[in-house]
Write a protein that binds this ligand. Structure first.
Ligand code: NAD
Length: 421
């Protein structure tokens, strides 16, 4: 079963539990618009190459389509359709006035020069230009795309339209209309969700042991927020492997070491510092071992399909927080549910990122600049309220938090669809 078929299956399952109006289910079961482009660009050596690009605009019931653009050699239409559908649900789950979309280009950006990457991005923007804009569809960064790429899109879009439109994408550099607080927004949102969940339904106490898979932007910031709040980070990893320190890892020191050595995996060498502080050396572990460590909370902040039917029976965490998109497969979900392990699902847990993207759009449209404090003050209640609603749905229907998050989103979409003429 493909990722997209799985996503539709989950909608079906949630729809059956909540007895969703058939009209809503039908409207959400296929994207409103699918765009595909062949983008021809000149490479540095003079030859021309054609790259394939997509944009899926899934549903705009709640507002303009919103979702990232990924550059990846394996990105494909099924994946983009699934991710666009999940964006519609994610935005509805946190009640943003946004619909869902996603895009991608089949390319390994590490094999392109900066000039080639820029020409490709500009070609994609020209192809997309008639179909995007602050009131239509607002792309953002995703895998292997960043603020520099967003700045190229803004620039190319301005050339096509003959005017500057900052709100055409989010995730821009600060000096090109970006928002303060965006970098750490996904982690901060996830932190609020976790705190709220533990406060209502778990055990919120100092010293809870946490493992964070993926020490990138989201994983590092999450580790920092957790450490700051008194949780104990005992292990983390990047694509090269993991680091385990039973007495605790200091996120800032670990980041400094990772920056110096190029990988967290090697930081056990620097554990002298931890040893001196904590009386225990750290050790290298594999990514497989990391996922199976005994801990209170396992934060998944790397990529999709990390907890699968192969390792779900060995997971020892009590709670899994999904900051990555789709890190747990549906088969693993069933195993975890039977084993009583709570999964706080991606469409709720990582929605802080798109929420601050929405704040960026608002600031662009109103020509405002919000402080970090203002962003944080607006983010927290959105995440807390969404978590409360998901927990309420989970109790009402006696279902998992993932199903409850789907139900919460579908309920909102259903209300909006019914109100439309
Ligand atoms: P990133 O590239 O900064 O970090 C990803 C990290 O995961 C890197 O440290 C990488 O080395 C590590 N990694 C890769 N494969 C791994 C593996 N097999 N085991 C352990 N670690 C591995 O990306 P990010 O922005 O931190 O995003 C992380 C995840 O969160 C992605 O799935 C992304 O789609 C999702 N997400 C991000 C945002 C955002 O705002 N950045 C928003 C929503 C969802």
């Amino acid at each position: 079963m493909t990722f997209y078929e799985n996503t539709l299956k989950q909608i079906e399952k949630a729809a059956a539990i909540m007895k969703l109006a058939p009209q809503t289910k039908t409207l959400l079961s296929s994207p409103e618009r699918i765009l595909e482009f062949d983008l021809s660009i000149q490479m540095d050596k003079g030859e021309f190459r054609v790259f394939h690009g997509f944009r899926v605009q899934h549903n705009k019931t709640a507002g303009p389509y919103k979702g990232g653009i990924r550059y990846h050699p394996e990105v494909n239409m099924e994946e983009v359709k699934a991710l666009a559908t999940l964006m519609t649900l994610k935005n509805a789950c946190v009640e943003l006035p946004l619909g869902g979309g996603k895009g991608g280009i089949v390319v390994d950006p590490s094999k392109l020069s900066e000039g080639e990457l820029e020409r490709l991005t500009r070609a994609y923007t020209r192809a997309l230009a008639p179909f995007i804009g602050p009131e239509i569809d607002v792309p953002a960064p995703d895998l292997n795309t960043d603020e520099k790429i967003m700045a190229w899109i803004v620039d190319e879009y301005a050339k096509v339209k003959g005017k500057q439109v900052l709100g055409v994408v989010t995730g821009k550099p600060l000096n090109r209309g970006g928002s303060l607080g965006r970098t750490e927004a996904t982690a901060k949102g996830g932190f609020h969700v976790l705190q709220e969940y533990l406060g209502c339904c778990g055990t919120l106490s100092k010293g809870l042991k946490v493992v964070v898979q993926g020490f990138g932007n989201v994983g590092y910031h999450m580790a920092w927020f957790l450490d700051d709040a008194g949780y104990k980070l005992i292990a983390s990893s990047d694509s090269k492997g993991g680091l385990y320190c039973g007495k605790g890892i200091h996120p800032t020191k670990a980041l400094a070491c990772k920056t110096e050595k190029g990988t967290l995996h090697e930081c056990y060498v620097a554990s002298v510092e931890y040893e001196a502080e904590e009386g225990e050396a750290c050790k290298k572990i594999s990514n497989e071992e990391l996922l199976e460590l005994p801990c209170d909370i396992l934060v998944l902040a790397a990529y999709e399909n990390q907890v699968t039917e192969r390792n779900a029976s060995n997971i020892k965490a009590k709670i899994i927080l999904e900051l990555a998109n789709g890190p747990t497969t549906p088969e693993a979900d069933e195993i975890l549910e039977k084993r009583g392990i709570t999964v706080i699902p991606d469409i709720l847990a990582n929605a802080g990122g798109v929420t601050v993207s929405y704040f960026e759009l608002l600031q662009n449209l109103k020509n405002e600049k919000w402080t970090e404090e203002e962003v944080e003050k607006k983010l927290e209640p959105i995440m807390v309220n969404a978590t409360r609603k998901v927990v309420e749905m989970s109790k009402k229907y006696g279902c998992s938090l993932r199903m409850a998050a789907f139900i919460s989103a579908l309920e909102r979409l259903s209300e909006l669809i019914v109100k439309k003429p």
